[in-house]
Design a protein around this ligand. Structure first.
Ligand code: AMP
Length: 219
């Protein structure tokens, strides 16, 4: 199974990706996670990426394409993979197409932008463990503090409301064209084309997982 998960930041790609990877026994390849670990390691790519990410912009296609190529060349992708957060631009989608992997499906999760601003700007993180909370939907027992360690929670710089709005604008301009790219390809009659599956991402997380799985199983 080879999948792409597409959607605006905060649409729930990460959550649905984990569910799908478990269900199909495939690896999750998240370019956002790869960049965050490059930043944590202090590598040259990490230093360059940090400023761009904090500003809500996109890291350059050449860096991202190289990262993904190297990642896809590893053995653990043999049983399949799910790309989460890649491709994010038409040149990235073209580069992936040139790699000639047969993709089964592109799953688009659609969430209205106002809902996304509420979701992301309320997100709080316990940095050491990666545990996440939300000030309204999943608050910690004590405001601003991790339930287990009692340590302070933080807000990621790129989760602030101003940056979220910038990220949504970038999504609209650079990533939303991929909706057309993949939906047109899927109906073009090309046998290599992945199936295009669009789901509404507002509401119960498990119900959303269920409708994605159902669409994939019938693909
Ligand atoms: P994410 O966790 O997927 O929302 O990614 C966090 C940030 O990493 C994004 O806002 C971008 O700045 C950067 N990023 C992640 N994936 C890509 C990509 N495929 N192309 C360009 N920038 C990316």
């Amino acid at each position: 199974m080879r999948l792409i998960i597409l959607g605006a930041p905060g649409a729930g790609k990460g959550t649905q990706s984990r569910f799908l990877c478990e269900k199909y026994g495939i690896v999750q390849i998240s370019t956002g996670d790869m960049l965050r670990s490059a930043i944590a390691s202090g590598s040259a790519v990490g230093r360059e990426a940090k400023q761009v990410i904090d500003a809500g912009k996109l890291v350059s296609d050449s860096i991202i394409i190289e990262l993904v190529k190297q990642r896809l060349a590893k053995n653990d992708t043999a049983r399949g993979f799910l790309l989460d957060g890649f491709p994010r631009t038409v040149p990235q989608a073209n580069a992936l197409r040139d790699l000639d992997f047969k993709l089964n499906a592109v799953v688009e999760i659609h969430v209205p932008h106002d809902e996304i601003v509420r979701r992301i700007s309320g997100r709080r993180i316990h940095e050491a463990s990666g545990r996440t909370y939300h000030v309204d939907f999943n608050p910690p027992k004590v405001a601003g503090v991790d339930d287990i360690s009692g340590e302070q929670l933080i807000q990621r710089v790129d989760d602030s409301e101003t940056t979220v709005r910038k990220r949504l604008q970038v999504y609209q301009e650079q990533t939303a064209p991929l909706i057309d790219y993949y939906s047109k390809w899927s109906t073009s009659g090309d046998p290599a084309a992945p199936k295009y599956i669009a789901v509404q991402g507002k509401g119960d997380v498990e119900a959303i997982s269920h409708s994605i799985a159902e669409a994939l199983d019938s693909a």
